[in-house]
Design a binder for this molecule. Structure first.
Ligand code: TXA
Ligand code: MG
Length: 347
């Protein structure tokens, strides 16, 4: 199959994408978080082909994308607390779980009683969702296990020949997947941290929001994943990533010495560091993850850098860490998983 790449702002591209959705085909499209691999959420076979194209396990449910509140009608019930959150953060990078109706195929929700729904804010995505008039089920448009795509080129890397069309909307503004929040069990719980932070959610709800236990550590062998996606190895480059944590000088010293030792053993080795430390780490092939003072910049760059590490054939990678607060929590959740939570704590 030939994969076409078209400018997401062109009317022709939007018309073709809507036609493909109506015919049960897949389209790669941009959102403000990451690129999605979409299909008509009400078409079982189309949804199944998403799993095939991604190589995704069937027990990992998908997010349904809408552009208008009216589309919720008939798909789900509205749990308590959802109204003010939708008002505050939709359209935007917040996914909510809703008790679902029979209209949503089991293939979308992996048989769960809830469906995850979000309303993206990127203007061309909204035009696409409005034009096709369908709820669109879409996971991130990467092959399963790879970092989520934040450019059309990333989608092409993973999906070339597997899907008919990719809409190119440039770089995704947020760069990490949406926050997933479960309100269906009383106490609100963040299942996956993202651009809408725990603090922002608490500000609107006026109550405490809990974090799923496995956000900053691996799942225990007997632990049930609240969000099935948490079970899988994700975001991981082929090389081994190690996080280095501690006082600044000690971290820089440790990264320099680890990198040197690895190279003496003939390994390709590099560091992921803040812009402020590029010079101090100039001997370690530094990859600039953004300023330590700008967590959103780090979020925006992270997945592109993780993909580059594979292209460069890096075997060992040492990374600085952000404090796990605000958007830093989302960054550390993805980086932690990329590192299989391997962490060096230095003094
Ligand atoms: O930003 C995003 O959310 C992107 C863009 C394309 O919208 N989508 C995305 O989808 O990241 P995906 O499939 O890569 O991640 C969806 C996450 C998974 O961790 C999945 O397990 C969880 O949401 N999820 C979906 N439905 C769920 C449900 N009913 N209950 C619990 N977790 C659910
Ligand atoms: Mg994904």
């Amino acid at each position: 199959m030939l994969t076409k790449v078209m400018d997401a702002s062109s009317t022709e591209a939007i018309a073709l994408a809507s036609r493909l959705f109506k015919q049960g085909e897949l389209v790669g499209f941009p959102t403000e978080t990451v690129y999605g691999l979409g299909a008509n959420a009400l078409d079982r076979d189309a949804v199944l082909s998403i799993f095939a194209a991604k190589g995704r396990p069937a027990d990992n449910p998908l997010i349904v994308h809408i552009w208008h509140r009216d589309q919720l009608e008939g798909l789900c019930d509205i749990p308590e607390g959802a109204e003010p959150l939708m008002k505050a953060f939709w359209p935007g990078p917040l996914t909510l779980l809703f008790p679902r109706t029979e209209r949503i195929p089991d293939e979308v929700t992996a048989g769960l009683p809830t469906v995850a729904i979000r309303m993206p804010s990127m203007p061309c995505t909204r035009v696409l969702l409005r034009e096709c008039g369908l709820p669109i089920a879409a996971p991130s448009a990467n092959r399963s296990g790879r970092p989520s795509p934040t450019t059309a080129a990333h989608v092409l890397e993973d999906m070339n020949g597997r899907i008919p069309l990719i809409l190119d909307g440039g770089e995704c503004q947020v760069g990490l997947e949406s926050t997933v929040l479960d309100l269906t069990h009383g106490q609100p719980v963040v299942l996956r941290p993202g651009g809408i932070t725990k603090e922002m959610l608490e500000g609107v709800l006026g109550r405490e929001v809990a974090l799923a236990g496995s956000i900053l550590r691996p799942l225990k062998p007997d632990e049930k994943a609240l969000s099935p996606g948490m079970r899988y190895r994700h975001y991981a480059p082929k090389g081994s990533v190690t996080l280095v944590e501690g006082p600044e000088e000690a971290v820089l010293r440790e990264m320099r010495s680890r990198c040197r030792e690895d190279r003496e053993q003939g390994k390709r080795s590099c560091v992921l560091c803040f812009t402020e430390h590029l010079e101090a780490l100039s001997d370690c092939d530094p990859h600039d993850i953004g300023s330590a003072a700008d967590q959103r910049q780090v979020a925006h760059r992270l997945f592109d850098i993780l993909r580059k590490l594979d292209q460069e054939g890096m075997e060992t990678i040492y990374s600085e860490v952000l404090p796990p607060e605000g958007v830093g929590l989302a960054v550390m959740n993805r980086l932690g998983r990329a590192a299989a939570f391997r962490t060096l704590r230095v003094q």
